[in-house]
Design a protein around this ligand. Structure first.
Ligand code: ADP
Length: 266
């Protein structure tokens, strides 16, 4: 808590009075702390690839100048690092856009099954490249009406399906389905994304949506991850009064379920 002492002299001259003002600063301090941590993490994530690009440029200007083979190799690595920075900047910009809109409710009436199928079609080539099966068990369902920001919801399903493909192991199967009603989420409709990968140890589950939190940093980076995908999902769902439910069984796989309030059909 913060204590402020205000000295004041009474009009009538029989002062001085001392006013002590108490206010709870705990919450503000936590928010400040989160913001500084976030900036520190983001800077660190950007600095690493940038340092490597600068290092390679110096090498190319120096002793590797006339080495054709080294040039090809270094340019490839630089291009990978630059793409990594680009993904990070794009995700950071998405997060800040979502935060800017956080207090305005989405207004577009959408059919959830439409959005899911559209997103899945876009991801199919990635599944094929990974030798994975993308099994979409979502038919157009008249009642699946939600009020949403269509692009943002698309981003939610993109991030979750891509994660299932990235972490589900090669040759895996990703199953996308509409979840039956659940007593924990009354009046909501669920979309589940289930993989048959290695699963996530229990102690990590509650932290997965934190910015830059990764179960295995090396694996995430190899997969081109920024560590921001699930933080973006969380922020978008908050704006939609939705929920993310994560269940995982080791050596069996993980299920991420998005719950959204159903629009009442009149
Ligand atoms: P990233 O860019 O690292 O993928 P995310 O925020 O999307 O960041 O995910 C955070 C972490 O959660 C990942 O690094 C990974 O460790 C874990 N994770 C996410 N989805 C899955 C999944 N389907 N199976 C196993 N681990 C997952």
């Amino acid at each position: 808590a913060e204590m402020r002492r205000l000295d004041a002299t009474d009009e009538l001259g029989d002062g001085p009075y001392v006013l002590i003002q108490l206010s709870d600063q705990t919450e503000r301090m936590a928010t400040d702390r989160m913001r500084t941590d976030f900036i520190a993490n983001a800077s660190h994530e950007l600095r690493t690839p940038l340092a490597s690009i600068i290092g390679y440029i110096e090498t190319l200007q120096g002793h590797a100048r006339d080495d054709a083979e080294a040039r090809v190799h270094f340019l490839n690595t630089m291009s990978q690092q630059a793409s990594r920075m680009q993904r990070l900047v794009e995700d950071l910009m998405s997060l800040s856009r979502i935060e800017m809109n956080a207090h305005t409710a989405p207004t577009t009436q959408c059919n959830l099954t439409d959005i899911v199928r559209e997103v899945s079609d876009g991801i199919r080539p990635l599944a094929e490249r990974r030798d994975a099966t993308l099994d979409i068990d979502v038919e157009f369902e008249e009642s699946a009406q939600v009020t949403a920001d269509r692009d943002q919801l698309g981003q939610v399903f993109t991030n979750l399906i891509e994660n299932a493909l990235k972490y589900g192991g090669t040759g895996g199967t990703v199953h996308v389905s509409i979840s039956p009603e659940d007593s924990r989420f009354p009046g909501m409709i669920g979309v589940s994304i289930k993989d048959n990968g290695p699963g996530i140890p229990r102690q990590h589950l509650h932290r997965l949506t934190e910015r830059f939190y990764r179960v295995n940093a090396k694996q995430s980076k190899e997969q081109g991850g920024t560590g921001l995908g699930l933080a973006i999902v969380k922020h978008i769902l908050a704006r939609h009064a939705g929920e993310l439910d994560i269940a995982s069984v080791l050596e069996e796989g993980s299920t991420f379920t998005v719950w959204l309030p159903l629009r009442k059909l009149s």
